[in-house]
Every structure is written in C-alpha cells, then in structure tokens.
Design a protein around this ligand. Structure first.
Ligand code: SAH
Length: 258
C-alpha cells in the first residue's frame, strides 16, 4: 500500500519506521511510505509555506499554493488513472475521530492515501475545499501538527497488515475487534503468580481452556460495561451478547449497586 505524506517535518517519521513491530511493514514494503517536504514546493528565497491570516489574529496559516504543488507532484508520481486516485486526507481536530473500524478498513484495502499534516493555525480553507476528501482527528484536543496523528494512524494500520505482528492472530484479541464483539480487551497478567501480595486470578492458572475463555469474556464484559457502556450497547444491538453474557452483566450491575 502506497502512502504519501505532505509535511514540514518528514524527519519525525524516520525513527517511527525503524522501531518496534511496525518496522516490518516498512522494511517489507507492505507500506511504501513516501515523505514530501512541503518546503520543497515553496517559491522565493525564503521558501515560505505560511502567511498571516486574513482578518487578523494570532498565528500563521499554511498557504494553498505550495500544498497544491506538492499534491500535483504526488499525483504525477503515483500516476493513477483518474477513477482510481488515492483520497487526500487532512489530519484535523475538526475531522472524524479515528476508530478501529476505519483503521481496519484501510488495512484491508490495497488503495493508498495521501496524508496532509497541518501546522500553525491550520491550512488555507480553499485548499481543503478543493482537494481534501476526508478529515481525520486523533481526538478532542489540539496538537501542534498533524504528524503525530499521522504516525498514530500509520502505526494502527501497519500492525494489522499480514506478517507485521509476531503472532498473526494476536490483533484479533485486541479491543474493538469483531472477535471480541467490539468490546474492550480483558486484563492481562504474567509471572510471578503473586506480586506484592496480589495473586493472579485462579481461572487463568487452571489450565482449563473453556474456563479461561469464559473468565476472559466476563472480564471483557466487565471492563466494557464500566468504561465504555456504549460498546456493550452496540454489541447488544448487533445481537452479539449471549444469554450467559447478559446474565453476567446483570450480576455486575447488581453488585455495583450494593
Ligand atoms: N486552529 C486549528 C488547530 C490547528 S493545530 C483548530 O483549532 O481547529 C495545527 C495542525 O495540527 C492542524 O492543522 C492539524 O493538521 C493538526 N492537528 C491538531 N490537532 C489535531 C487532532 N486532534 N487530530 C489530528 N490532527 C490535529
């Protein structure tokens, strides 16, 4: 999957591509990441990519022209037929929040994307109106630039690609996955069996696979009901909850009232 990034800070992406499990996605070419320094598309001696906002106020705004020139260079380099052109995505606090569903859809698709990382107060709205197809947000807070959002998204996509995680199926057991009916993951424990006076739950030491699976399902239901009741509601709506799940949730609700 080819991914192009327009950024003023391409160096931020370099260590990310060289560390941890996701490194495999870049080394193997599963993700072909091309970084485009926006400043290379600025004209004039000072290579300015930003200017003062019309109407006044603090900060600077990224100008539309260098962004359009960078995008034209990327389109020429990708050489895709018009109908198959990769969408242009702007990272923005005003976008739709990045979710597992969106990340998984990207990992399953061979079509790449062109990512635009804003800086300063943001980018000239006329570029957004004309060229941006999608806007994605990392959450309801403001970053100083889109790069960290882009890296977060790239990490989430890359780890879902075949051959990236050591155990091919391990991501299926993670929060939000269909395997968990979209619920949160259960708590995890490792050695020692007793740490600082706290023991690992008996069920996990039983060696009984059915009992372990039942225990993990219950813990997944418990943490989801506590932290993300919306996920439980959604699982119920899609009829993913069994009578045993419902009985356990009723028990959790009763015990939290007492
Ligand atoms: N004035 C803008 C924020 C600009 S922050 C506003 O209030 O909406 C500068 C850049 O950082 C943005 O253009 C965007 O690319 C990036 N950014 C900031 N917060 C982000 C978030 N939550 N998710 C994704 N990108 C973000």
């Amino acid at each position: 999957m080819r991914i192009d990034v327009i950024t003023l800070f391409p160096d931020l992406f370099v260590p990310f591509q060289q560390q941890g499990v996701v490194r495999r996605a870049f080394d193997s070419g599963a993700v072909n990441l091309k970084l485009w320094q926006l400043r290379d598309f600025a004209s004039g001696n000072y290579r300015r990519v930003d200017d003062r906002p019309f109407g006044g106020g603090p900060g600077m705004v990224m100008a539309a022209q260098p962004l359009m020139d960078a995008l034209s260079a990327i389109r020429a380099d990708r050489a895709e037929p018009q109908a198959m052109q990769a969408p242009v995505v702007l990272f923005s606090p005003q976008g739709e929040t990045i979710t597992h569903a969106r990340v998984a859809a990207q990992a399953a698709s061979s079509q790449g994307v062109i990512l635009v990382c804003g800086r300063y107060e943001g980018i000239d709205q006329r570029f957004v109106d004309r060229f941006v197809d999608l806007q994605w947000s990392l959450g309801d807070f403001v970053l100083s630039g889109g790069e960290i959002a882009a890296i977060a998204w790239l990490d989430a996509v890359a780890r879902l690609l075949p051959g990236v995680l050591g155990d091919a199926d391990s991501h299926l057991q993670d929060s939000f996955n269909d395997t968990l009916d979209g619920l949160l993951d259960c708590p995890h424990y490792t050695r020692p069996e007793v740490w600082e006076g706290r023991a690992v739950p008996d069920a996990l030491l039983s060696g009984n696979h059915a009992a372990i699976a039942a225990y993990r399902r219950q813990q997944s239901l418990r943490v989801s009901a506590h932290s993300r009741p919306d996920l439980v509601d959604e699982a119920r709506r899609t009829q993913a909850l069994t009578p045993a799940d419902e009985a356990f949730l009723a028990e959790v609700a009763r015990s939290s009232q007492t």
